[in-house]
Design a protein around this ligand. Structure first.
Ligand code: F6P
Length: 418
């Protein structure tokens, strides 16, 4: 087989792509014609007939090598991005947040001040500026926004109510109201908003976050304990203790006069306060919304023949526009005229007073948790405590109306009140 001799001429200009040890042609013999500034290599000995010419092979190998290097660089870049994404991307997002606004909204609850203190102090500790918004969402609309320092929250951990005041803003429920609120928020340089409040307030925060690109963090501040994703809400424990103290007092007079007392407690649509304060105060029954769908709770209670063993009794009734304590007292008066019946509506005294240690701790943990959440780049969540661990739950979940009610509590009360 005749072999072709292919003189390869590599000019100095193109020699740049030669390797130090020569290219794939360095095994050959340089031809005399190309001596001097040219190198000639005979590679024919290694090539079968009609094979691909060396420059093409060379280009092929070079391209493969470059493609491989490119691919390697690409993989390296992706890995780097992943690592960056986890750490620095979040830090980058967080770095955009410099100023945190804080407000309390809806019904006040004992422990709200402890939460304001915690958010303010943890925020400042971690390098944020804090701005306080007065009178809830109304303060955003009217631009009642003031810078806050650690001194502003000195000595408030044990105070009831809220030093920021609160409101149930009608205007914030409208699109125009929220737009105004957002304009003021932006003008004040607030990048994230911490809202301490109950169901309605966190629903407002969720809407606000959906409409405008703003990070909203909720803290569960309500005596009703009706927020999903946290075992207890800030204020619930204090209020329960207040109710128990009141019922203890009412029992003294109920026993003295041998009367049935219907004691109405707050809770809006939830019976947590009524059921648990009934257990804690040794009441004879609780009438709660969670148990009202298929049974006449009063009839069931009366059928138990409570009067056989006791001359007086206390029934805790969850507030309700139609079936509150008055409604049940009237029914007993009509259906059991022998009974001496009285009603006591505890009302707003349940919301006042110094927060319990439990509420102060819950407020402090969730306040610090709110700042941590912001630093982690979290948005639009509520910070709660579940199974003694700080937990983050999306606002949309937190406001669900079906927080699980432990029906075993009904059995506990029934068995212990014989
Ligand atoms: O949500 C807290 C709460 O105290 C409820 O228990 C009660 O139904 C409601 O607020 C009373 O609201 P207001 O103080 O506006 O009458």
């Amino acid at each position: 087989m005749e072999k072709k001799v292919l003189p390869l001429v590599i000019s100095k200009k193109t020699a740049g792509w030669q390797t130090a040890g020569g290219g794939p042609w360095t095994h050959g013999t340089p031809s005399a014609a190309t001596a001097g500034c040219h190198a000639a290599v005979d590679v024919s000995a290694f090539l079968p007939e009609n094979s691909v010419s060396p420059p093409i092979l060379f280009l092929f190998f070079q391209t493969c090598r470059q493609l491989f290097l490119l691919y390697f660089a690409y993989i390296f870049f992706i890995c780097y991005l992943c690592a960056w994404n986890k750490r620095d991307f979040l830090n980058y997002k967080m770095a955009k947040i410099k100023t945190i606004g804080i407000l309390t909204s809806g019904g006040d609850a004992p422990g709200m001040n402890a939460a304001i203190r915690a958010v303010t102090r943890a925020g400042i500790y971690n390098g944020f500026d804090i701005k306080a918004i007065y009178r809830g969402y109304d303060g955003l609309i009217t631009n009642d926004i003031r810078p806050f320092t650690t001194e502003n929250v000195s000595g408030i951990i044990g105070q009831g109510g809220t030093i920021l005041k609160t409101a149930r803003s009608k205007e914030f429920a409208t699109e125009e109201g929220r737009k105004k609120a957002h304009d003021n928020l932006a003008a004040a340089g607030i990048d994230a908003l911490v809202v301490i409040g109950g169901n309605g307030s966190l629903t407002g925060a969720m809407k606000f976050a959906q409409e405008f690109d703003i990070c909203c963090i909720g803290l569960p501040g309500t005596i009703d304990n009706d927020l999903y994703g946290t075992d207890n809400t800030i204020g619930y424990d204090t209020t329960m203790n207040t109710i128990v103290e009141c019922v203890d007092r009412i029992r003294d007079t109920a026993q003295s006069h041998e009367r049935i007392f219907f004691v109405e407690v707050m809770g809006r649509d939830a019976g947590f306060l009524a059921q648990n304060s009934a257990i804690a105060s040794g009441a004879e029954a609780a009438i709660i919304p969670e148990d009202s769908t298929d049974v006449d709770q009063l009839a069931r209670f009366m059928e138990r023949g409570i009067r056989k063993s006791k001359r007086s009794c206390i029934v805790i009734v969850s507030e309700s526009p139609k079936c509150g304590a008055m409604y049940y007292a009237d029914r007993v008066r009509k259906e059991f005229p022998d009974y001496d019946v009285r009603v006591s509506i505890l009302g707003h005294l349940q919301r006042g007073g110094r927060p319990s240690a439990r509420d102060r701790i819950l407020a402090s943990r969730t306040g610090v948790g709110a700042i941590e959440a912001i630093m982690q780049g979290q948005r639009n969540i509520m910070v709660g405590v579940r199974n003694n661990e700080v937990a983050y739950v999306p606002l949309s979940e937190a406001i669900r109306s079906d927080k699980p009610f432990d029906r075993k509590l009904i059995k506990v009360l029934d068995e212990l009140s014989i």
